[in-house]
Design a protein around this ligand. Structure first.
Ligand code: UD1
Length: 363
């Protein structure tokens, strides 16, 4: 029996590991698949609710590292994860995405000569001021198996001179979760709860430090919300970092068509994504989920590491000038919508492909 440990740390990781765990159940006679939660995200609404919604088992290991500076958080994960690896001696670890837990655990495993697989490899924003870009570059540089979600990932890894035998184009594992839970999201009450009409509201999420640490951005956002709310209701689930900053900047809803709320669980958020007329976000994952669902998405960033969502999907990469965001948003709400298509291999079977490849490699 071979042991594999998958790592989750922050909110966007949970929906990527859930289908991988399910896929390995098919090989239970050969592989013991365990889950390690670093505790990078720890609030009930940022973490626990996702385990419940995604029907994931309790993590086998919980490192409880919590918040801190990048160095502190990364270092704490490394110290605690090394203890787990020394005690458990797994054959392989699996990391997903680009958060601090991803690079921290990859680095530890690699120094202990334990094989590592990176799911969502090869994505590049080419913006090294983003901590996630550093995490992506370093994780890919030392991982043994690189699972790629879109064609740009293949191109980037080849350009970086990565051995082609390490690279596998398998599709998007997060879309596996979306497809698996879509039917369940139909029975969510979240639209009723906020009194929202399907296809007639704007959903907003913003959490990138480059946006939400700026007081000017918060003020501009208020103007944008006031303008959009004349046409549509706005629902804005507020990330803890955004809440802390915006509270200090005096940000508040100035009319009853602007709805601010706590972070929302996976199933309810899926229902909101599917039914929104427009999403305004700086998240990575939401660019992909909206593309799969054919929902218009404005990305409030200057770059994206997921370019297929712009070239094939319904994502509009607009930049961080909120006046420009307003122009594009009003244009979309006036009916000028982009038609998109679903990228190659975003078919709900990515985790099965990953499990099949890894089982062959290690057994
Ligand atoms: C992290 C990831 C980012 C991902 C995002 C999704 C890194 C470098 N960044 O950013 O890629 O898109 O998660 O949410 O790994 N906090 C809480 N409760 C929690 C978690 C965090 O209150 O459960 C607070 C922390 O105290 C901190 C802030 O939120 O002040 C930021 O948390 P952190 O995990 O450092 O980074 P994120 O901005 O969430």
């Amino acid at each position: 029996m071979k042991k594999i440990i998958s790592v989750v740390g922050a909110r966007p990781n949970f929906m990527k590991v859930a289908p991988i765990h399910r896929a390995f159940l098919k090989y239970k006679d050969k592989v013991n698949h365990l889950i390690c939660h670093t505790g990078q995200h720890y609030d009930e609404k940022m973490s626990k609710v996702f385990f419940e919604d995604l029907e994931m088992p309790h993590p086998d290991f919980y490192l409880g590292v919590g918040s801190g500076s990048h160095a502190e958080q990364t270092a704490k994960v490394m110290i605690e994860f090394e203890k787990i690896l020394l005690a458990e001696k797994p054959e392989l670890i699996i990391v997903v995405g680009d958060v601090n837990s991803t690079i921290a655990c990859t680095l530890v495993a690699s120094k202990l000569n334990i094989k590592t697989a990176h799911v969502e490899a090869g994505l590049r924003s080419f913006d090294r001021t983003m901590p996630e870009e550093i995490n992506r570059l370093l994780t890919d540089a030392i991982s043994d198996y690189l699972f790629v979600s879109e064609e740009s990932g293949l191109i980037n890894l080849k350009k970086e001179g990565v051995d082609e035998n390490k690279i596998f184009f398998v599709g998007n594992v997060m879309i596996d979760s979306l497809i698996h839970h879509l039917a369940k999201s139909e029975s969510s009450n979240v639209l009723k709860e906020f009194d929202l009409e399907p296809g007639k509201f704007v959903l907003v999420t913003l959490h990138r430090p480059s946006n939400v640490d700026s007081e000017d951005f918060a003020k501009e956002l208020l103007h944008l919300f006031n303008t959009i709310s004349e046409k549509r209701k706005i629902l804005f689930p507020v990330h803890p970092r955004t809440k802390k900053n915006f509270f200090n900047f005096g940000f508040k809803a100035e009319n009853d068509r602007i709805l601010l709320t706590d972070p929302i669980g996976y199933i309810d958020f899926l229902s909101l994504t599917k039914n929104a007329e427009l999403i305004i976000t700086d998240s990575g994952g939401i660019q992909e989920e909206s593309t799969y669902l054919g929902v218009q998405c404005i990305t409030v960033r200057d770059n994206t590491e997921r370019p297929v969502t712009v070239s094939a999907g319904t994502n509009h990469l607009v930049g961080t000038d909120l006046k420009e965001v307003k122009n594009v948003a009003l244009n979309i709400l006036n009916g000028n919508k982009k038609k998109g298509k679903i990228p190659h291999l975003w078919d709900g079977k990515t985790a099965q492909r990953i499990a099949e490849i890894l089982v062959k490699k290690i057994t």
